[in-house]
Design a binder for this molecule. Structure first.
Ligand SMILES: NC(=O)c1ccc[n+]([C@@H]2O[C@H](COP(=O)([O-])OP(=O)(O)OC[C@H]3O[C@@H](n4cnc5c(N)ncnc54)[C@H](O)[C@@H]3O)[C@@H](O)[C@H]2O)c1
Length: 450
């Protein structure tokens, strides 16, 4: 599209963003580009001036907009720019702070997943929503990819009767999976661990597919591959010798190496910002201070009786997932094999014969299995990103018959599974979600929740 078109005279909806890291283009670019006639970016906030500058330059060069007022102080940005919508894209442990402040200022919020990382922080968000009457949208982009949408359609259409059980296995590989162990995600206090940071997508998918509300969780988890102790036990002591990878000659042949200098975006966004942020993006995945799990198993029970058996392993040779969904009239087996990604937004699900990676099989009781076509889609996260962007930024978003938009309660229904899992891993006992933070007691379906 021609980004030099004359500005429209329509009143534009105003947006501000906090957290200008790797994920932020997913919000910034559609506002600056495709939806510029109806949306306006009024503020950018990040504690790193280098990262703010990186996006200012990019937005100016690619979309001829700006400079956008930018801030190191979120409160000041809120006061000066009074945005209608705040987009929260910081590390996960900070989401609740920015969500609550934004709601209190009278803004609606679009928050990256997970909505937050524990029940206490989630309660603060619930209270702020209630007091302010404003709205929070949780970004569950995985709901928007065509394959998982087809599964939801089949289930909702009764193709396998009532779903009783799902077996869900997620694999992260030694590239993308390893990346969570290089930076803030590797500390529970910042990410809540992968049961929050990563599995929130998967738990949401399960809730949404079954249109059900989780009630009880039992979990096991451990750090079995990454971390210094595990490398030493495997005889991989040489891989533990340096604190980070970039610029380290010894790390040249390390298969877990990430060279920030080799990629212009990584260099500009992270390496050049080390001096002003102290954020080291390429720490050794076999260092001592990692306290999240890389291997996890959960059993989940739902209010309406459905059961899930879930696993996540972050050190696999391949990446993707497999869901076997058993209903009382048949079964669906859905698999995706993913291309690896490190820079967010670059993830793609590859369709086609050579790397045919989306596979949907339906088998009704007493019938042969059949393959179901999955429409192809362009764009990040399996084609989910452009669709969710349209919902967020288009002045007239298309109807959402699969009910893929999620508010704060549906965000909570997913994160509370992870929070309950974290607790269960410590106590060895099943955890009731209602003991953490009660969701509306009369609700029986996910769609009863906002
Ligand atoms: N939906 C998805 O598929 C998806 C994919 C990747 C990331 N995410 C989410 O997006 C969010 C950001 O992830 P990322 O990969 O961009 O992380 P990142 O580390 O690249 O960026 C985080 C940014 O937040 C900034 N920041 C930290 N503390 C701040 C503060 N107090 N005030 C203002 N800014 C602060 C950092 O300087 C950094 O620029 C996370 O919540 C993550 O879970 C979602």
């Amino acid at each position: 599209m021609n980004t030099m078109t004359k500005p429209s005279t329509l009143t534009k909806k105003t947006f501000a963003l906090v957290g200008t890291g790797g994920r932020s283009p997913i919000f910034l670019d559609p506002i600056a580009g495709l939806y510029r006639d109806s949306c306006q970016l009024v503020g950018l906030c990040d504690t790193s001036p280098t990262r703010r500058r990186f996006h200012q330059q990019r937005l100016s060069q690619e979309y001829q907009i700006g400079p956008v007022p930018d801030y190191g102080d979120f409160d000041l940005m809120l006061r000066e720019t009074r945005p209608e919508v705040v987009m929260v894209c910081t590390p996960d442990y900070l989401h609740h702070e920015f969500i609550v402040k934004s709601l209190e200022s009278g803004a609606d919020v679009i928050s990256e997943k997970p909505l937050t990382i524990d029940a206490g922080k989630c309660r603060q968000i619930f209270e702020a929503v209630q007091k302010s009457g404003r709205k929070v949208r949780t970004i569950f982009n995985m709901r928007w990819s065509p394959g998982v949408g087809k599964v939801r359609e089949l289930i909702a259409g009764g193709a396998i009767g009532r779903v009783r059980h799902i077996n869900f296995e997620y694999m992260l590989n030694t590239s993308h999976g390893a990346d969570y162990f290089r930076r803030w995600h590797s500390r529970k206090e910042f990410s809540g661990g992968l049961l929050l940071h990563k599995a929130t997508h998967h738990f949401d998918l399960l809730n949404w597919w079954m249109n059900a509300i989780p009630s009880t969780v039992s979990a096991l988890g451990d750090l079995v591959f990454y971390g210094k102790k595990n490398a030493l036990a495997r005889g991989d002591a040489p891989l533990t010798k340096y604190p980070r990878y970039t610029g380290v000659a010894e790390a040249e042949n390390d298969p877990f190496r990430l060279d920030l200098g080799a990629d212009p975006t990584m260099r500009a966004l992270y390496q050049n910002a080390e001096a002003d942020s102290g954020y080291i993006r390429d720490q050794n995945v076999f260092r001592e201070d990692i306290d999240i799990e890389d291997s996890m198993s959960l059993l989940i029970k739902y209010r309406t009786g459905e059961m899930v058996s879930y696993s996540l392993n972050a050190y696999c040779p391949e990446e993707g997932f497999r869901a076997a969904i058993s209903g009382d009239k048949g079964r669906i087996v859905y698999t995706e094999k993913h291309g690896s990604h490190i820079i967010t937004g670059a993830s793609k699900i590859i369709h086609g014969d050579e790397e045919a990676t989306v596979h949907l099989q339906l088998q009704k009781h007493f019938s042969e299995p059949c393959l179901v076509d999955v429409p192809k889609a362009e764009g990040g996260h399996g084609g989910g990103d452009p669709l969710i962007q349209e919902q967020m930024f288009s002045p007239h978003p298309p109807a959402d018959p699969l009910k893929r938009s999620a508010g704060h309660e549906q965000g909570a229904a997913s994160l509370l599974i992870g929070a309950a899992g974290n607790l269960s891993m410590i106590t060895g006992q099943p955890v009731s979600l209602d003991d953490l933070l009660p969701l509306p007691p009369q609700a029986t379906q996910l769609t009863d929740l906002v």
